[in-house]
Write a protein that binds this ligand. Sequence first.
Ligand code: SAM
Length: 227
Amino acid sequence: MNDSKSQSASNPGVLIPVNPVIEDYMRGMLDHTDHPALIEMEMLAQKSNFPIVGRLVGVFLETMAKMINARRVFEFGSGYGYSAYWFAKAVGSTGQVICSEADFLNKEKAEHYLGAANLWGRIDFRAGMAQVIFAQTDGLFDICYNDVDKGDYPEIWLMAKDRIRPGGLYIADNVLWRGRVALEHYADVFPGWTEAVREHNQLIFNDPDFDTFINPTRDGVIVARRK
Ligand SMILES: C[S@@+](CC[C@H](N)C(=O)[O-])C[C@H]1O[C@@H](n2cnc3c(N)ncnc32)[C@H](O)[C@@H]1O
């Protein structure tokens, strides 16, 4: 590990994985025929400082799901449904996205936005702890997507990995954790979270049953394909 010179000047102890100018370029290439509900969700995130995955990662999630013809997705930590919007688009009218979210107030918001986008019929949104909700489901998933509190990342991986079908994907956001995973000295947002993300990433890369890669876009998205 090293403390690179590319640490953010305005926020020492933090690294921005991809130069923002490059991300702006990538964003500019995307299709901008957006549903108004999507714009509203993005505006709410900006106004309330809520950590949605954002447009680039959203399109990445949709693309990953379409690539493997995903029909059944489980989300750990759904917020008010922004990432679920992209999965719901990908799974098609016969697919299903099971959302789990600790803050029950987010369910109403998700219904509002995803209903307006005509995607609510593909969503099974459950309020409560993701770990508990997941344990209440049966069968294999095409995709398990993890975006809960970072201290829980290793636990979620260990729960999810055997419930992904061969050829299916485990995806988790924030796996570079603003670069802290690569730094010797960093300011942790919550005690132990950086170490938990590191452990999570190492467990996945060490698992011989998965092919794994980190896309450094935004805060780093890990994709692990079950062999
Ligand atoms: C980063 S936000 C999720 C954002 C969402 N995936 C998106 O991009 O729109 C994390 C969410 O997970 C929820 N959360 C955190 N830990 C959780 C847990 N163990 N079970 C269920 N929800 C959890 C939080 O309430 C928060 O809304």
